[in-house]
Design a protein around this ligand. Structure first.
Ligand code: NAP
Length: 245
């Protein structure tokens, strides 16, 4: 198949779904909508097909090595390469910490998805990305993972009052992972970047009415997913531009 083959993890709902919807209607983009539950993925695909998107569901649990390998084999057989990988799937467990569920356990569980899961996904798909003319890898991160923002905190800055250590550390580590891959592949023409979608109304924040529309949250990831050969690499950005590391 000519055009761009895109794989998005955790795309059956929230920001991942929105990225899938918006990318799949761009000419020459075909989206593989990753979902750990295939049924949820299929129903998301139906919604996107109703608006004319080029999309199909793919079972993908990023904490399950067999699921990642099976997804890689399927993409290889069907398309022979991958052009864009969007690491979007993540969890937030900090608010479940209590006497029986320690912060240490929450950190291990959070890292298993947000960081190690993303790393396994990239590693497994490297051989297929290498076959793309302009491989692009997008890490959906968060400003909450910005060390500088917390080091330079102002009492008035509400975001730094957000105490979610497992989540924040997992995203700071994800940013480092992005930079490490960037060092390896930037000179070969790859476009590897991290972004923050901003505070968005999704399941993640219990559809908080102070959060912005999810549709807008997808825009920065779309920009990074569609970069051409002169595009940026090794950046951490939101809709307004660079985020301090
Ligand atoms: N919403 C915000 O305000 C906000 C702000 C900054 C950054 N972000 C980032 O944006 C990304 C998307 O978040 P969201 O707000 O869209 O959250 P969401 O609505 O909760 O969606 C998360 C997605 O990840 C999937 N997922 C979780 N664990 C998975 C696993 N092991 N394997 C595969 N998929 C898995 C979920 O699948 P199920 O449906 O099966 O649970 C779901 O599809 C995350 O990386 C998050 O950190 C969000």
């Amino acid at each position: 198949m000519s055009g761009n083959i895109v794989l998005i993890s955790g795309a059956n709902q929230g920001i991942g779904f929105e990225i899938a919807k918006q990318l799949s209607v761009i000419p020459n983009y075909h989206v593989l909508l990753g979902s750990r539950g295939l049924e949820k993925g299929e129903s998301a695909v139906l919604q996107i097909k109703n608006v004319g998107g080029s999309v199909e569901a793919i079972q993908l649990d990023i904490t399950d090595g067999q699921s990642i390998t099976a997804a890689r084999d399927l993409v290889e057989t069907k398309y022979g390469r991958l052009d864009v990988l969007i690491n979007n799937a993540a969890i937030l467990l900090d608010f479940q910490v209590n006497a029986d569920y320690t912060l240490g356990q929450a950190m291990q569980d959070t890292f298993a998805t947000n960081t190690s899961g993303a790393a396994n996904l990239v590693e497994t798909f490297l051989p297929l990305l290498k076959l793309s003319a302009v491989p692009r890898v997008v890490f959906v991160s968060s400003t909450v993972g910005s060390l500088h923002t917390f080091a330079d905190f102002k009492p008035s800055y509400t975001m730094t009052k957000y105490f979610a250590p497992a989540y924040a550390c997992s995203k700071a580590a994800l940013n480092m992972l992005m930079l490490l891959y960037n060092v390896q592949y930037q000179e070969k023409g790859w476009k590897i970047n991290a972004c923050c979608p901003g505070f968005r109304q999704t399941n993640f924040c219990d559809y908080d009415d102070k959060a912005g529309p999810v549709e807008e949250g997808a825009s920065v990831a779309i920009e990074l997913a569609t970069l051409g050969k002169d595009g940026q690499s090794g950046t951490f950005v939101n809709m307004k531009g660079a985020i301090p590391w």
